[in-house]
Design a protein. Sequence first.
Length: 318
Amino acid sequence: MVGRWGVSAVALAAAFIAAAPGDAQTRMFYSQAGPVYELYSLNRDATDKQPVLVYPDVAYNGYIPWMQYLKVDSAAGKLYYTAMYTYGLSRIERINLDGFDREVLVPWSTFTPGGIVIDPDNEHLYWISQEYGLRRQNFDGTNPVTLVGPALGWWEGLAADLRAEYIFWIHDDRVMRANLDGSGVREIIPSSALAEGDLEVDPVAQRIYWMGVGGIHSAKYNGSDVQYVVASGEYANDFEIDLTGRRIYWHTPLDGVVKNANLDGSDIQSELFWSFVSFALDNGLVIPPLPGSSSMSLLVTALLLGAIGALRGRRRQG
């Protein structure tokens, strides 16, 4: 996702598809800006680059969109993203991972998208903007409803734990939480945290992650047990949780490096030396923790994640 303080000269938005155990490569999808905005896929080591949506097909009525907030549903073979054609004139689209069947989910309107969440099981799309607040609709565009807001201020960083039925967002430096139906709105992280840009959840440990004062932080869903994950000096323009590998990825815009570490911030490694802005892992593999979130429950959850990943890998190969 893109923070309010702008992006690097070569703006990219990437969406990883989590590899099944034993896969040699992990594909990613990314949007590349300047001089032409296009969608590509490639391996994480930057090999086998393939076009998904490129010029002139990417253009609409002469406008070339700025594509952000990529989300991948690898089971259905779909890529979701926001497309801003001019400032304030946007829509939300999806396309097959092979570049075919481009669809418009939210038609042209005057709004500034701040993030999206997809719920493939219920065919729901959640999205936020400065103009409309938090919205939900069906994938086919029917049954649109405003869940929260709108209200003055900056809305960004949408994330959700669909199994726990919580949705999170940033509103004017605060981290907010609500039920998926929009009820129970509450502030869980105060504005003094200066949260901005990206927001991610770890449904396995039931923790929320955000970029704020001093680096990347995490806390429990109720806002307690705040911890540093990536300290000052590692400002992240965007970050993402690898749910199967139990690692966090982030982009440092000053040097254009994508790094990753354990979820406690240890064992930092560099991955790519590109100017990335936005990551989105495939959260279709998420299984909620067992009651109590004990070590054994987390182990069982990890084994289930691996089993599902292996089954998906065999299905793709078949």
